[in-house]
Write a protein that binds this ligand. Structure first.
Ligand code: DOR
Ligand code: ZN
Length: 351
């Protein structure tokens, strides 16, 4: 039996939803992570600080007894966002980041940004006060092929923004391409990226070859194998600019298994086992702690968690549920199509 001890991990990109879905899925994140950056793309997006405070309260109220878990709140950037409200939320210690969704890019992004010029006053204020911007990095131009949308976003939007506001702290969320890795690696300061569990494990063949598999559909869509290998190299490199943001994003099965299915993959339950397996395959278990528990905290100016977890490698593959039942319907759990052997042991929560 092999085991390793690491600091308790953080998830720097998480969708918790609301209501019955929140109640059903939150325990899986709070069992595995100490803290998470909560995405604001609810059906009624989290736009103002007052919305973030109310949403935070609903999350805390839904936590199972005995789970310690801190939600870090984000605001959803719109063209009407008020820089003063953003700054007030930040000064209160409530708002940890602002999320830029190009309008129409993904789930509940209709209120997002159409014209970057219209949000420059907010971005300038954020640069001044040191509040990070999280970016969904895809163009929405229908003329751009879906597999190229990240690369074109870097060229058209991110590089000019990076030059215009060098002091703005930017996290390129859920990078999916070598272009994303190279962009982040080429920057000397204030730039980082999250990488999801699933983008480390699957490529576009998993979604499309031999039949269409809606439970592997997410945005940005998974790319060809060479991109997956770049992401694995970045994640396991020890470079502090890359850290885990699971993008665990549940949708009830009927909304994925239909003619126009939603984007999102639910990984909260088995993420740590999946990521540990990837790091083992890459011979990089000594760098796992950096990726899941240190680099993200450092970028967001937080101390890493003091609490430790033990990861134990079992001889037999673990059995995770294939689906979970929530008050908002059944949700399919990410199937990494490989045996998972790393299990988490924590002193205070029975697993
Ligand atoms: O796959 C995704 N699901 N990508 C996103 O950008 C949004 C997310 C969701 O909210 O379902
Ligand atoms: Zn997301």
């Amino acid at each position: 039996m092999q085991s390793l001890v690491t600091r308790r991990p953080d998830d720097w990109h998480l969708h918790l939803r609301d209501g019955a879905m929140l109640e059903g899925i939150l325990p899986h994140s709070s069992a595995n992570f100490a803290r998470a950056l909560i995405m604001p793309n609810l059906v009624r997006p989290v736009i103002r600080s007052v919305d973030a405070a109310a949403y935070r309260n609903r999350i805390v109220a839904a936590l199972p007894i005995g789970h310690s878990f801190e939600p870090f709140m984000t605001l959803y950037l719109t063209e009407a966002t008020d820089p003063t409200d953003v700054e007030a939320g930040f000064r209160d210690g409530l708002v940890c980041a602002v999320k830029l969704y190009p309008a129409g890019a993904t789930t509940n992004s209709d209120s997002g940004v159409r014209e970057i010029e219209r949000v420059m006053p907010v971005l300038e204020r954020m640069a001044k006060i040191g509040l990070p911007l999280c970016v969904h990095g895809e163009v929405t131009d229908p003329a751009v092929d879906i597999f190229d949308r990240e690369a074109v976003f870097i060229e058209r939007l991110l590089l000019p923004l990076r030059e215009r506001l060098p002091e703005l702290r930017i996290v390129m969320e859920h990078i999916t391409t070598k272009d994303g890795v190279d962009f982040v690696a080429s920057q000397t300061k204030n730039t980082a990226a999250t990488i999801t569990t699933h983008h480390l494990i699957i490529n576009r063949n998993t979604v499309l070859a031999g039949g269409i598999r809606p439970h592997y559909y997410c945005l940005p869509i998974v790319k060809r194998e060479s991109h997956r290998l770049s992401l694995r190299a970045a994640a396991t490199s020890g470079d502090r600019r890359f850290f885990l943001g699971t993008d665990s994003a549940p949708h009830a099965d009927p909304t994925k298994e239909c003619a126009c299915g939603c984007a999102g993959i639910f990984t909260a339950i088995n993420t740590i086992s999946c990521v540990a397996e990837v790091f083992e395959q890459e011979g990089a278990l000594d760098r796992l702690e950096g990726f899941i528990a240190i680099n993200g905290a450092a970028f967001y100016g937080r101390s890493p968690n003091e609490e430790r977890i033990t990861l134990i490698r079992d001889a037999e593959p673990l059995k995770f549920p294939t689906k979970i039942e929530t008050g908002a319907g059944m949700v399919t759990v990410f199937d990494p199509q490989m045996p998972l052997r790393w299990r988490t042991k924590r002193a205070d929560i029975a697993t």
